[in-house]
Write a new protein. Structure first.
Length: 378
């Protein structure tokens, strides 16, 4: 069997890459090891409408759930502040349906998709799956975190997310809870999908995810758990090389999830778009330099943002609950208002800097006058 390109992984980055290649007239096969595109769905499902538009997706009715109105951020001692998010046009979507929608886009443009087909190895002329050998010019690794686990475990932390029905979940209102003792180096979250139902999750270094989630749910109150998903997340930022030999790496496999939140619908999705365009140019011209445009374009778009997020991530890993509580006490109302009115969900480093006091609050800056802060200022 022959295909110009084989994409291993039928998630958002791989499917968008396939869509771009197929739309330019080249043959592309997407292989997905699970039994269904969009499964398992372990994504929180938050994305901006601007981000979806940039990757070429107008969500179907069954993909789009609702708009997020606010995000409540809580400290370990219970203090909190709320950011209004209407201006940022953040939506909660069904990742299962979003992936299917993009798969449909790719198929309509000529891509072929096979489920329950797993990548085994690269061969001299292409790849081998669990079913057959396939000759190809380019192999796209879009296998997600599973690909990174084999290379570097230092950027991976444990996470879990339950889908629940509960009266304490309010439509349009996200919650984020920081506590370095319960969720070291990360946080817990509640993302509504409607009134009375949504997702509650935790992540942290060295924690028992199941026990931690059960304790959090007990604190929140009665609920019915309808689904449990456990999956590692990547917080170390992009890998060094997106392209090597005839292999192109996209999405989570390339470390294109945000270091601060591990979210990656837009950042990974655009990685797939950039990769698909670069691969198409290589196939058209035979010039391998065209493949390098993929990493240049992605880094040009997200490189500075991710570098700053990585520094913020290191800071979060090093501060304790006492410091977090002090930060929350120092946040001024005008900073919250400024973030609510002007900030960008997809490029949120400036929001982090404002909350940490780098812009607008000298008191908070004094609390965290560390090497990382100095590096941010430079």
């Amino acid at each position: 069997m022959y295909s110009d390109v084989v994409v291993a992984g039928g998630s958002i980055a791989g499917l968008l890459c396939a869509r771009e290649i197929a739309s330019r007239g080249f043959s592309v096969l997407v292989i997905e090891e699970d039994h269904e595109i969009g499964t398992p769905e372990h994504c929180g499902g938050l994305v901006s409408l601007a981000g979806l538009e940039e990757i070429g997706v107008i969500p179907f009715n069954k993909t789009f759930n609702h708009t997020i109105e606010s995000a409540k951020i809580s400290a370990p001692n219970g203090n909190s502040f709320s950011i209004k998010t209407k201006q940022q046009k953040i939506v909660e979507i069904s990742r299962r349906e979003l992936d299917k929608q993009i798969a449909f886009q790719a198929q309509k443009r000529g891509a072929k998709i096979k489920v329950r087909t797993s990548f085994q190895e690269i061969t001299e002329t292409g790849i081998r799956t669990n079913e057959e050998k396939i000759d190809c010019k380019i192999f796209v690794d879009a296998r997600g975190i599973s690909s990174l686990i084999q290379k570097d475990r230092t950027g991976i932390i444990s996470s879990g997310q339950y889908e629940v029905y509960a009266e304490w979940i309010k439509k349009g209102k996200v919650e984020v809870m920081f506590d370095q003792e319960k969720y070291p180096g990360f946080f817990a979250w509640i993302i509504p999908s409607d009134e009375g139902k949504g997702k509650i999750g935790v992540a942290g270094k060295g924690i028992n995810v199941s026990e931690t989630l059960e304790k959090l749910i007990k604190e929140k109150g009665n609920c019915s758990i309808i689904r449990k998903i456990y999956a590692p997340i990547w917080i170390k930022g992009p890998i060094e090389n997106f392209v090597y030999g005839k292999t192109v790496v996209v999405g989570d496999a390339a470390g294109q999830a945000k270091p601060t939140t591990a979210g990656g619908i837009f950042t990974s999705g655009l990685g797939g778009v950039f990769a698909g365009k670069a691969i198409s140019e290589f196939l058209r011209t035979g010039d391998k330099q065209k493949l390098e445009e993929y990493q240049k374009n992605w880094t040009g778009k997200f490189g500075n943002e991710f570098e700053t997020q990585k520094i913020a991530r290191k800071m979060l890993e090093r501060i304790d609950n006492k410091t977090i509580n002090k930060i929350f006490e120092s946040i001024k109302p005008e900073i919250i208002e400024e973030i609510s009115e002007k900030e960008d969900f997809d490029f949120h480093t400036s929001s982090i800097l404002k909350i940490l006091g780098i812009k607008g609050s000298l008191k908070t800056a004094q609390i965290l006058l560390t090497g990382e802060i100095k590096k941010l200022l430079s």
